[in-house]
Write a protein that binds this ligand. Structure first.
Ligand SMILES: [Zn+2]
Length: 551
């Protein structure tokens, strides 16, 4: 059941200064004023029997004030202040509250309230003695106090083997509420936390607050350097008092959460360590494999150098054929000298098998049969094999048939030629190119001779032609368009014309045989039809009629 007090602020400006305990003058007992509407009966009891609980109060008569909902009811000295400060009232109120609670909940203990003596001798606010003699001191601290003094007092309890419970006042300087129950830690708070004590605050209105922090969703006690500290208020009725001191429900929650948090942290740490170990392991393995690869390379090359297969290839081909010495990348998927395993593929899968097929799996088997190890990662070894098969494909030794649905997938390879045939082809090709080269050279020689002859003929033709065309001869003039002297195609026309005219430009009765001879001497042959057509056209143009000279 919630009372009006449950909704009251624990600290801050909205927290009432508590005067809720009074002493009943009839039997000296404590009277706690509930935060319910004040009845006439309570008013009467207050007036007649309740007095200020502070000893030697100069004006102990009190009245009860009902402040209405949302505020705390309380006592008040009749006629103003009681001659003692408000802070002192709260201190005493807190002491009385604790005393009342202890007497009700731990009747087997002796709780002694010690008033602060003016003579300066230091005694606990409240000393609780258990039946077995163990003592717990409760200190309520409302006033400001140097941290050094607090340390000194705490040490004196430790030295006397008395557990000390510190309950700080629910207002400045000990509790400055930054809103949302957030607390900024003071040097005093840090000193308490450093001493390993719970950081607690008291509100005389029967409440105790505990400092907490939240970490990974767990409610924990703050460390001395913590920020984002909040306090959680618990009713004193829910707290326990043991030889360990005052235990709030929040402290119990913290203890329980602490265990879970540790389990959580351990699990996190373990998984982190496992991840790191795995990463280190991977790194180590990779490094080891790199070193092994480097170490093995020399062994691989030596194995290959002394291999009978190599000797055989050298004997047969004179040198290692290009399909063996090719070194496409990647090549780290096969643990052998590249030339070595290339040679094995060529011998075991290509040799004498033209027209046959093999798969990448056959390649693996062929290499395994020769005790050649493959990289443990499928992708690495298949990339190496595929790169080499691609090269064989480019060189025309095989044709790779790929899966149309997945072109990276090699279905199989068809053998088109083996190394012997490759060698023969290469030889033939070389022979062909040797012949071609010789032919080319011969042709060049012939052409050079022909060119020289042609130049001589041209020079002769030009000199033959280099007589002036009689400009007055209209007919001859019209011939000029037949003989543009820059057009090599029509050069033979010039030759023909010069053959059928004399030096004076007169047409001579040239015979076709003469004309042809003239052409043959100076040019290569001219097709007969072309010659006849030209002569006919020429004769027409110069007005000689259609008969060809000489019939
Ligand atoms: Zn008083």
């Amino acid at each position: 059941v919630h009372t009006r007090a449950d909704r009251l602020e624990f600290a801050g400006a909205a927290a009432e200064k508590c005067f809720v305990f009074a002493r009943d003058s009839r039997d000296g007992s404590l009277y706690y004023l509930a935060n319910t509407p004040v009845s006439a009966e309570v008013r009467q009891i207050t007036r007649e029997h309740l007095r200020c609980p502070i000893p030697e109060c100069p004006n102990p008569r009190v009245t009860v004030v009902d402040r209405g909902p949302g505020r705390r009811n309380g006592f008040s000295h009749l006629g103003g202040a009681g001659g003692h400060a408000g802070l002192s009232t709260e201190h005493v109120q807190a002491q009385l509250m604790l005393l009342d609670w202890l007497r009700r909940t731990r009747p087997e203990c002796t709780a002694t309230l010690e008033w602060r003596l003016e003579d300066g001798s230091r005694v606990a606010d409240l000393m609780v003695q258990f039946p077995d003699g163990r003592q717990v001191a409760i200190e309520v601290q409302y006033s400001a106090q140097p941290v050094s003094k607090w340390r000194q007092r705490h040490k004196s309890y430790v030295d006397r083997d008395v557990r000390d419970v510190w309950l700080l006042g629910n207002r400045p300087p000990h509790l400055i509420d930054a809103g949302q129950q957030r607390v900024e830690l003071t040097d005093m708070h840090r000193a308490v936390l450093q001493a390993g004590l719970p950081l607690l605050w008291v509100n005389p209105d029967r409440r105790i607050a505990t400092a907490t922090v939240t970490s990974s969703g767990f409610t924990l006690a703050p460390a001395a350097g913590a920020y984002d500290v909040v306090y959680r208020a618990d009713p004193i009725e829910d707290c326990r008092f043991t030889t360990e001191g005052l235990i709030t429900p929040t402290m119990e929650l913290i203890a329980e959460q602490r265990t879970k948090w540790e389990v959580h942290q351990t699990a996190q740490l373990r998984s982190q360590e496992a991840a790191q170990a795995a990463a280190a392991n991977t790194r180590q393995r990779r490094q080891a494999s790199v070193e092994a690869a480097q170490g093995h390379r020399a062994v691989h090359e030596a194995t290959w150098a002394t291999s009978p297969l190599r000797a055989e290839l050298l004997a047969k081909h004179g040198q290692l054929p290009a399909p063996i010495t090719d070194s496409p990348r990647p090549d780290n998927g096969v643990f052998a000298a590249p030339q070595h395993w290339h040679a094995i593929i060529c011998r075991d899968l290509l040799h004498d098998r033209v027209g046959g097929e093999f798969t990448v799996g056959d390649v693996y088997r062929a290499l395994a049969d020769q005790q050649i190890e493959l990289h443990p990662h499928g992708r690495t070894r298949s990339a190496t094999i595929a790169a080499y098969l691609d090269r064989l494909h480019q060189r025309g030794l095989i044709r790779i048939e790929r899966d149309p649905a997945d072109p990276t997938w090699i279905r199989h390879c068809i053998v088109r030629m083996d190394l012997d045939e490759y060698g023969r082809l290469l030889k033939a090709e070389r022979e062909r190119s040797r012949i071609a080269l010789a032919e080319q050279r011969a042709m060049a020689k012939i052409e050079a001779g022909a060119e020289a002859g042609r130049r001589a003929s041209e020079a002769a033709a030009r000199s033959q032609w280099d007589y002036p065309l009689p400009e007055h001869d209209g007919n001859i003039g019209r011939v000029r368009h037949f003989v543009p002297d820059t057009d090599p195609v029509l050069r033979w026309h010039q030759i023909v014309i010069s053959a059928i005219r004399d030096k004076d430009g007169q047409h001579t009765p040239a015979y076709p045989a003469d004309v042809r001879r003239a052409l043959t001497v100076q040019l290569r042959s001219v097709p007969e039809d072309d010659l006849r057509a030209f002569l006919a056209a020429y004769r027409t143009s110069v007005g000689l009629g259609r008969e060809s000279p000489g019939g």
